[in-house]
Design a protein. Sequence first.
Length: 511
Amino acid sequence: MTVAADSATGAASLVQSVDWLAIAPPVVTAGVALLVLVADLFVGERRKPLLGYGAVAGLVAALALLIPLRAGDRSTFCLTDGADACSYTADHFALVIQALVLVGALLTALLSIGDTGKLPAGEFWFLLLSSAAGAALLPAARDLATLVVALEVASLPAFALVGIKHGDRRSSEAALKFFLSSVVATAVTLLGVSFVYATTGTMHLTEIAARLDDVPGQFQTLAGTGVVLTLVGFAFKTAAAPFHFWVPDTYVGAPLPIAAYLSVVGKAVGFSGLVLVTVIGFPSYADVWGPVLAVLAALTMTIGNVAALRQTATRARSAVRLLAWSSVGQAGYLLVPIAAATHSSDARIGSTVAYALMYAVVNLGAFSVAALVARAHPGNRLSDYRGLYATRPLAALAMGFFLLCLAGLPPGIIGLFAKVTVFAAAVDAGLGWLAVVMAVNVVIALYYYLRWTAELFRTPGTDAATEETPAAPGHRVPAPLTVAIALTAVTGVTLSGAPQLILRVAAGSLF
């Protein structure tokens, strides 16, 4: 009788409890994705736009479910042997990144409503929500298996979204490049994860951090190799050089809302994964990944800004290419505080999160205006923005504000303060050389951002290459697109009026 009771108790202790509220945001997003896919079977062609509004409602509901979790003290799927190791933790870091991901997906959905007439609606919304669910899961993951699964759930639908324009050779080529390079990066990452597991015997990041300190001498090289290889997949998602080569062609070939999604949500996924594996999982190997990330940061921002500088105004889709290369340069800035965490406290990670919040808002806003201009000028050249203020003054003012934020100039105070926090992280960590490289790149970026801003307010003219004229003021703009531009502009202005919010996020510990 006693043996049976003991066996029952032991069996019960192996059962993990699930905190459904903690996992609600990604679960609701995934659930709505399935509902939209099924509903597509029963909705006629004339009512397909309702699927888009259903997707928007689902993302709003997922965002609302973050409010009860604001204390940041929930964990679930924890080991039952008394060890303090969980697979899912809804701490402040996870909640901030989840909010960023879901807002990015929401704005992407608003940009896409009314613009999916030539696309399979059900599949489009299902893929977008599925990718958003994986992206929302990743920042809360606290073991390598869940991290890799979340990374792939976020990435695989994105491949299909890039190539969803049937019959478009550019879209298919972009999807193929994105897929092949991502698959190689994932394979390398899985090899690194297997090395780390072989040397530590665990997948949980907190357990890995403790056991890497006691790795036997004969396994030190294997462990160090595993650490480096594990970072490859996340470096790819962040578009860090030399893993950035897929970015310009992918952004140009993808539907414009999906390019916006990849530039913000894709980076949020990569950077959150990079932060988790370095700061939580591999702190004892900071002497390995710290210098590597510092060099990658310098290389990434330089390549991105120099390539953006070389974009010509009359080249087809030069506006999207410039935003693509600009996003590579911005990725370099985002890497700086992570590299600085090697030499200072983990609180420096707040600088990356603060900069990511600024970048997400203004970059989505820039893509929103680009989507507006693309309705009249499908070529989306930089020259197509010449004189935009004469025909659409509010859109031109919004675009000018977004570009100045990215440049870090007033009135975009949010961009200025975000750059200051990144500078401070580098200087305080003793990475003076990296701060100098960043300063040089900020000056380079000023030129092409200001050049584009100046185009908005010049006298309108006819593009000799396309013989197109600016859109007429009466050109109808879908309400969701107007809402997306307005939301990003209002959010950017609000944050610029409260720069202490950026400083508070940068100074606080998120873990």
